[in-house]
Design a protein around this ligand. Structure first.
Ligand code: CU
Ligand code: ZN
Length: 212
């Protein structure tokens, strides 16, 4: 899907809520223009082993850490649920599972989150929680609103510079290369390097090169 003409793409970098948090990750979102499915791929590290609630929250505002990202993105005024439920927030992506090393490999395909249109998730925030999301079925007073997934331990928002739509009528092949930049202890992503290459007739020219 990644190379399909017209695909919409987004990248969100996840970092921890607190200064000493080790939670870090990068997530790639690609939406197929014909089926509407959005694929989420990536990894988040620095987690406790086990399940962690994973959502799109309403606001791409991290000025007060993950707490300023607001509630789950819910443009249709529904109750919290599982990704497979009809009754769910658009932002309900369920849980991600960290292995014994605290690393969660993520691969999700979802039809409700979209990178375009009036209910686009772009500009909002991706949030990882301390606890598992009960998918609305835990019987807790918070089950129907948050899945009772506990503290927000990591979050990230999209950077508009990373967003582009593959040109469908262009004779160039455009590709993006991302690499993450880490702090000295290698525990926290502090930036990303992006190279944008346009290829024509077998020649590759880096046309843009950015570090954020
Ligand atoms: Cu959440
Ligand atoms: Zn929800």
């Amino acid at each position: 899907m990644a190379g399909k003409p017209g695909s919409l793409k987004g990248v969100a970098l996840i970092s921890g809520g607190g200064a000493d948090s080790a939670v870090a990750g990068a997530l790639h979102f690609v939406q197929d223009p014909s089926s509407g499915y959005t694929e989420v791929r990536g990894r988040v590290s620095g987690l406790a082993p086990g399940l962690h609630g994973f959502h799109i929250h309403a606001f791409g505002d991290t000025t007060n850490g993950c707490n300023s990202t607001g509630p789950h993105f819910n443009p249709h005024n529904k109750s919290h649920g599982a990704p497979v439920d009809d009754e769910r927030h658009v932002g309900d992506l369920g849980n991600i599972q960290a292995n014994k090393d605290g690393v969660a490999e993520i691969f999700i395909k979802d039809l409700q989150i979209s990178l375009r249109g009036p209910h686009s998730i772009l500009g909002r925030a991706v949030v990882v929680h301390a606890d598992s999301d009960d998918l609305g079925k835990g019987g807790h007073e918070l089950s129907k609103s948050t899945g009772n997934a506990g503290a927000r331990i990591g979050c990230g928002k999209w950077q508009t510079l990373y967003l582009f739509s593959t040109l469908s009528k262009c004779t160039h092949k455009v590709s993006l290369e991302f690499s993450r930049l880490f702090n000295k202890k290698n525990t926290r992503a502090v930036g990303v390097h992006v190279g944008i290459a346009a290829r024509r007739q077998g020649n590759s020219d880096i046309v843009e090169d950015h570090t954020f």
